[in-house]
Design a protein around this ligand. Structure first.
Ligand SMILES: CC(C)(COP(=O)(O)OP(=O)(O)OC[C@H]1O[C@@H](n2cnc3c(N)ncnc32)[C@H](O)[C@@H]1OP(=O)(O)O)[C@@H](O)C(=O)NCCC(=O)NCCSC(=O)C[C@H](O)C(=O)O
Ligand SMILES: [Mg+2]
Length: 286
């Protein structure tokens, strides 16, 4: 699979304290999992959750799902031990909450070589520093923390997320400028399928790769909305065929359905087909 086309449509948080949920993760059709040691785990459960998670990761069985661990902040009493416990477990990325500076990413990266470092984007200072954070050599992705952002901005949660759009777009711009993954925030009303679909569609329209999720019942909607549609796949094929034909005739522009198709549209078309192929490959083994 082309690593740049790896699907991140559905990124499910699983509280590391819940043995049953950890076990369930081995069979759920999520593209990626965030095993959470931070906000989903009560202080008195933190140490046991860390041990449970390390054992589950070492046991394996998570297939092709991309495995991310959200550790506690390195300024907390748990953070450093969380990271140490995850060494050699097979986790592919460490996700740090409330990242604001590249020094925080350096500290995390130094503590655990050989895995990607991901950043929760959930404070005003972090969002304002998104460009610098996205250039960090170890950083693989941003995950929007929209609950913390709402708290920090003192804005109101709204169905259209108007107060968050600047922050979402600023992080997305930085992610795209530096070629890293960008995951949208969670939808808290986990039984509201219609609302979830609408928010997934907004995230997809903005350009996010996928959505972070809190319940298995949200996976199907995210997988559907963040995948290329059949119409997009078909149009991509027609763009490529028409452009190839134009090039054979010595022209640099084709016309499909009354719209011009230039080389830049072919780049998008090839990305769409690569993403569709990667999803098919992933779904064949999950
Ligand atoms: C939201 C929940 C507390 C709901 O739990 P519950 O009422 O137990 O759900 P169900 O009874 O519907 O569960 C049905 C089965 O599904 C399993 N399950 C539930 N959630 C998960 C999950 N996340 N991963 C895997 N499996 C899950 C249950 O075990 C049931 O299984 P079975 O017994 O076999 O039928 C709960 O879903 C939950 O705790 N969700 C995760 C919450 C979480 O991780 N929150 C922290 C991340 S969000 C965040 O912090 C955002 C960010 O930082 C920000 O600032 O925005
Ligand atoms: Mg948060």
């Amino acid at each position: 699979m082309d690593p740049r086309a790896r699907p991140f449509r559905s990124v499910l948080y699983i509280p590391a304290s819940k043995a049953r949920a950890l076990d369930k993760a081995r069979t759920l059709p999520a593209d990626a999992i965030i095993f959470d040691l931070e906000d989903a785990v009560a202080p008195e459960e933190k140490r046991a959750a860390r041990d449970l998670l390390a054992a589950a990761l070492r046991e394996g069985g998570f297939g092709p799902r991309f495995l991310i661990v959200r550790v506690n902040g390195l300024d907390t009493e748990w953070g450093a031990d969380d990271v140490t416990a995850m060494r050699g477990t097979g986790a592919q990325a460490m996700l740090l909450p409330k990242v604001e500076t590249t020094a925080q990413l350096d500290a995390l990266g130094d503590a655990i070589p050989g895995v990607e470092v991901w950043a929760m984007m959930e404070t005003p200072r972090g969002v304002l520093n998104a460009d610098a954070l996205a250039t960090h050599p170890r950083v693989g992705g941003f995950v929007m923390g929209t609950n913390d952002l709402i708290k920090e901005l003192r804005c109101r949660p709204r169905a259209d997320r108007l107060p968050l759009v600047t922050s979402l777009s600023q992080c997305l711009l930085a992610a795209r400028a530096h070629g890293i993954v960008a995951i949208d925030g969670v939808y808290n009303a986990f039984q509201d399928e219609e609302g979830l679909r609408a928010e997934c569609a907004q995230g997809r329209d903005l350009g996010f790769d996928g959505k972070s999720l809190i319940h298995p019942g949200q996976i199907a909607a995210a997988n559907a909305v963040f995948a290329p549609t059949m119409a997009e796949i078909e149009l991509s094929r027609r763009h490529i065929a028409a452009f190839d034909e134009a090039r054979r005739n010595g022209m640099g522009i084709a016309v499909v359905d009354g719209r011009i198709v230039e080389n830049l549209h072919i780049v998008t078309a090839r990305q769409t087909l690569a993403k569709a192929a990667a999803i098919a490959q992933l779904e064949a083994v999950t």
